[in-house]
Structure formats: C-alpha cells, structure tokens
Write a protein that binds this ligand. Sequence first.
Ligand code: SF4
Ligand code: SF4
Length: 95
Amino acid sequence: MIANYGYKDGSGEFFISIDTDKCNGCGDCVPVCPPRLLEMAADEYDPLSEKTVAAVREEERKKIKYSCAPCKPASGRGPLPCMAACAPGAINHSW
Ligand code: SF4
Ligand code: SF4
C-alpha cells in the first residue's frame, strides 16, 4: 500500500509517499530528516500487522512544502536525505 502524506494547493501537489510494503521498519529515515518530519508508527493500512512503518508526523503533513524546502534547492537537487537513507526505496516525493 502506498501511504500519501501532504496536500495540494494553487502552487502544486506536495506529497511524501511511503510504500508500506517496501518499508522494512528499519527506522533509518527518521534521524536523517533535519526537521524530523518522519516517525515510526503502526501501519494504518494493515492494523493487524505488528510491523511499524515510517510515516509523516500528523502535525507536519500540512507544511511539508516548507519543511522540506531546505533539502530541495531550486536548481540541481541532490539526493534527499530521507530517500538516500532508505535502502529498499520506499520513500518518494511528488515534487
Ligand atoms: S526532503 Fe528533507 S525534510 Fe523532507 S522528509 Fe526528506 S529529509 Fe526530511
Ligand atoms: S528508511 Fe525506508 S525502510 Fe527504513 S523505516 Fe524509513 S521508509 Fe522504512
């Protein structure tokens, strides 16, 4: 299941997606995110699973465009810390 966290407004669509099937629960993405947008949480889409998966903290979901901006320079964007830390490639960004 792909869990999408974010919003869209007049300037675009801003979603961080976490593939909860690919996420192995390692937690490596949590400490590398400078504003600590990510946390480990129960899988909302699979309540019977005992695995915790990465999620965007609820209070951060409406402002990720701004929180992620320092990781995304206007030109020439390097690998994002969250994506670089995720060996299984479970994290994606829509913008
Ligand atoms: S782009 Fe940066 S701020 Fe945004 S989730 Fe990834 S590591 Fe965190
Ligand atoms: S680094 Fe990737 S696999 Fe590990 S918890 Fe984060 S999203 Fe899941």
